[in-house]
Write a protein that binds this ligand. Structure first.
Ligand code: SF4
Length: 399
């Protein structure tokens, strides 16, 4: 498995696989073709079908600017290495100089055809929760300590940067107003949610309102193309910061405590990315929101000092109850159902960790097994429900 730096990335929304990934691919390709004076980028699969709504064309043109760039949306080709495939072609005086095929594998990561991830980039030799848990038990370590040992001391400052970016996205989102871009006419709601306190509001209702307002804040920033952190993706970026920010506000956890929780959450995200997928185009929304919920429940488990079995169970519950969740954003915009879904998943993460602390010794399914199930379910899911905007909610035409 690669570093958590490959999982948590600071970038602009609204989609890690449709904006951050293609942006990185374009930047690398542009740098390797310094004499090119124009480009053509062909988008395939999900990139072609929801690329407009996700602003893929805009971000590519911006990255390749000032060179001219033609974008072709090819929705016909089906023989693809991955649902998020793009071809980049460089020209000089109208003559083709070079071309490359890249796939945007989710969470903003890019793999160019023919380029394998080198062994040195795999800083974690273990690939399953079971293997990692054994090491932690044998050496009496917490999960975040295992991460620190593999990543080295600099991971703490990187994670601090990640946490600051998450907090900034929440703060910006809570003060932002107006309509989201894209034409659906959806109002930003985080600020209203944060301030709409009832006189006789119960503690439980207040918790729901606060957590959800934080999740809305980040998700609305993402939908507006603002800076957020992939956790593990842009579309699911609101879940993890929402639950952690709420706990910090409520119980006064230090930034160091939160950083450790983010490290444990990152390990969960990395295992899912390695053994299944975090891409909505590959496995549906279970891979994005389900993964974010698992990361958030594990983060809470770390923050609350739960032992490794309870953390595993919390993450397993979180994935299990998102199995089969489809990706069907209306008009290909990361707005409906995405924004509200982040808020609901945040509450589910809290429920999952609470349930695990009571029932952990009754569990029958391991985290590794449910991740495998998620992958299989994702493969079985019709392509119409995997970020193509061809079915489900995407068929609804809003007035
Ligand atoms: S429905 Fe889920 S996977 Fe699809 S774009 Fe929205 S958040 Fe991402």
């Amino acid at each position: 498995m690669q570093s958590l730096k490959e999982l948590y990335k600071i970038g602009c929304g609204p989609s890690s696989s449709h904006t951050i990934g293609p942006e990185r691919a374009s930047k690398i390709f542009k740098e390797s073709n310094p004499s090119a004076d124009s480009f053509c980028v062909v988008l395939y699969g999900s990139l072609a079908k929801t690329g407009k709504g996700h602003c893929t064309d805009e971000v590519i043109k911006k990255t390749l600017f000032p060179n001219k760039c033609e974008i072709i949306f090819n929705t016909e080709e089906t023989d693809l290495p991955h649902p998020n495939t793009l071809d980049l072609i460089a020209y000089c005086n109208g003559v083709e100089q070079s071309r490359a095929r890249a796939v945007s594998v989710g969470g903003g990561s890019i793999v160019f055809e023919g380029e394998e991830i080198s062994e040195s980039e795999h800083i974690y030799s273990e690939r399953s929760f079971e293997q990692i848990a054994k090491i932690c038990r044998d050496q009496d370590k917490r999960l975040w300590e295992y991460v620190a040992e593999k990543e080295g001391a600099e991971i703490f400052s990187y994670m601090q940067e990640i946490w600051s970016a998450m907090k900034n996205a929440i703060k910006r989102g809570l003060s932002d107003e107006g309509t989201l871009p894209g034409g659906l006419g959806i109002q930003k709601k985080a600020k209203m949610l944060y301030h709409s306190q009832h006189i006789d509001e119960s503690t439980e209702i207040k918790e729901t309102r606060m957590v959800c307002s934080y999740a809305f804040a980040v998700s609305e920033q993402n939908a507006s193309g603002e800076r957020i952190v992939t956790a593990p993706t842009c579309g699911a970026a609101g879940v993890l910061p929402a639950v952690l920010y709420y706990q910090q506000q409520k119980r006064g956890y230090s930034d160091e405590d939160i950083v450790r929780a983010l490290m444990t959450a990152g390990l969960i995200g990395n295992l899912i990315k390695t053994n299944a997928s975090i891409s909505g185009a590959e496995c549906g929304c279970q891979a994005e929101i389900g993964s974010a919920c698992a990361m958030a429940s594990a983060a809470l488990g770390e923050l609350f000092g739960l032992d490794i079995d309870k953390i595993e169970y919390a993450a397993e519950i979180a994935i299990e109850h998102h199995l089969g969740l489809t990706c069907d954003p209306i008009c290909g915009l990361v707005q409906i159902p995405c924004i509200e879904r982040n808020a609901v998943a945040s509450m589910r993460a809290i429920n999952a960790v609470n349930l695990s602390s009571f029932l952990w010794n009754t569990r029958r399914i391991s985290f590794d097994r449910v991740v495998q199930t998620m992958k299989e379910t994702g493969k079985d899911l019709s392509a119409r429900y995997k970020e193509t905007s061809e079915a489900g909610l995407a068929k609804i035409r809003l007035q």
